[in-house]
Design a protein around this ligand. Structure first.
Ligand SMILES: [Zn+2]
Length: 209
């Protein structure tokens, strides 16, 4: 990894994570050769992990609409699946005891006051001791995380006109794709409904990374 590669990854991830966690997360991504993809929001799932047997690389995807703390907790959850894959291949249950041990191991170094606010830290600590298969299922933790949705929602946005045609992006809770450009007007299709909209190239949107 060159210093340039590292700094460009840090720049992309900085708006998505608690600041004090950034270096450690980037270290993990490089150590395990992870392709991290930030993707459109999926219902019932905040992130997922996949082992690509074609190129022997790990792939983690995380929904784009998570706040910083949710993003980090989801990432650690998926990293625990990665550790299980490295150690046991697919021979163990997805959220079994091996996964839980890996989740605690990878998360403990992040359970700090400079990374999480006190209420999130306490709820995350309790979550690690519990046997919930996801932060989503742990209603207490997800309720506390929701408190930060407005304040700590990641603020990564760019002007629509700077995105290449066919890029996907997120705007006001909906997902779109750029179809074509006509001067300062961008034709965009809403992914869910297929409806075409004309948008100004100067509107700020959240691109999928
Ligand atoms: Zn999982």
């Amino acid at each position: 990894m060159t210093i340039r590669e590292r700094s460009s990854i840090e720049k992309n991830l900085a708006p998505l994570l608690p600041e004090a966690a950034l270096h450690q997360v980037v270290d993990l991504l490089f150590r395990f050769q992870v392709d991290l993809v930030v993707t459109y929001p999926r219902s019932g799932r905040l992130g997922d992990y996949l082992y690509n047997t074609k190129n022997n690389r790990h792939r983690i995807s995380i929904n784009i609409n998570l706040n910083r703390y949710q993003f980090l907790i989801t990432l650690l959850h998926e990293f625990a699946h990665l550790l299980v894959q490295e150690r046991f291949k697919t021979e163990v249950r997805p959220h079994g005891k091996e996964w839980h041990a890996a989740f605690c191991e990878i998360s403990m170094p992040f359970l700090r006051d400079d990374i999480f606010p006190l209420d999130v830290k306490a709820a995350f600590g309790a979550h690690l001791k519990s046997r919930y298969g996801s932060a989503y299922a742990d209603k207490k933790l997800s309720k506390i995380l929701e408190r930060y949705n407005g304040i700590e929602q990641n603020r990564y946005k760019v002007e629509l006109g700077t995105l290449p045609v066919s890029s996907k992006f997120f705007l006001s809770g909906r997902s779109f794709q750029c179809i074509s450009r006509q001067g300062n007007v961008i034709l965009c299709q809403e992914l869910k409904t297929g409806t075409i909209y004309r948008m100004s190239s100067s509107v700020f949107v959240k691109p999928y990374l």
